[in-house]
Design a binder for this molecule. Structure first.
Ligand code: URA
Length: 239
């Protein structure tokens, strides 16, 4: 991939475009051993080796993270007043990351953070029906009858019926703790599905999305990079 030197450096977190232009002017950047003072120069990210003060700067077109989202943080890239899920990714290189999908402010669990627009589009497209599994706690036990209704589809607003879903009790029937797998992602989808049968969700956590499972080693607020295999599996799951 051919990319302008100043963009290459800015994308890899060395500073804003004007800051990296200064670094280039000062002769702090070399490519393949030759000091370069022109930020417009095109770098071949697969062949050239770019150094900053002697350290190689490897270009990454895409970054992919798995976050265990805590409650109290909003699913956005940036916000003037509130902490966002992207703010939690403290050692990111790129400044164009965004969450793939949204979890409510009070929902916890699995969220993918990336800058891969194509993957995001494919995972979120309503046509693809990617599975999402949630662990939910309810304010009252869920009877078998109500569970069946949730699985068949309930009206979450006038004229809008949820698609068939899968429900499992965590312990036994009439439990307040359940796993729900859905194939769509409308606003407050899970909360509204339970609300439709008279139950209030008191705690909600996403535990999987397509082939990706929340890594149980991640504490709330922690994240890790996705492995190459996980990224490949996500790319394949929606073909
Ligand atoms: N459904 C909800 O109601 N909330 C979420 O955050 C995710 C799914």
């Amino acid at each position: 991939m051919l990319i302008r030197l100043d963009k290459y450096l800015a994308d890899m977190g060395l500073g804003t475009r004007s800051q990296v232009k200064e670094l280039i002017k000062k002769g702090k950047i070399n490519i393949n051993g030759i000091v370069i003072k022109d930020g417009n120069l095109k770098v071949d990210s697969h062949k050239d080796i770019v150094y900053f003060e002697g350290n190689p700067i490897v270009y990454e077109e895409f970054e992919y993270y798995m976050l265990n989202k805590p409650s109290g943080v909003i699913s956005a890239s940036n916000d003037k007043h509130e902490k966002t899920v992207v703010d939690l990714i403290t050692d990111k290189k790129r400044d164009d990351l965004f969450p793939i999908g949204r979890l409510d402010k009070d929902t916890e669990g699995l969220l993918i953070i990336s800058n891969d627009g194509e993957l995001s589009h494919n995972l979120l497209s309503p046509k693809k029906h990617i599975n999402k599994t949630y662990y939910a706690e309810l304010d009252k036990p869920l009877s078998k009858d109500k569970a069946d209704k949730v699985c068949e589809g309930v009206y979450i607003e006038a004229g809008v019926k949820s698609m068939p879903a899968k429900l499992e009790y965590v312990n036994d029937i009439n439990d307040t703790k359940v796993y729900l797998t859905i194939h769509e992602g409308k606003y407050h989808q899970v909360k509204r599905m339970f609300q439709a049968v008279g139950c209030k969700v008191t705690y909600l956590k996403r535990i999987s999305m397509g082939p990706l499972k929340l890594d149980d080693k991640l504490q709330l607020g922690e994240y890790r990079r996705l492995t190459i295999e996980e990224v490949e599996a996500l790319k394949k799951c929606n073909i």
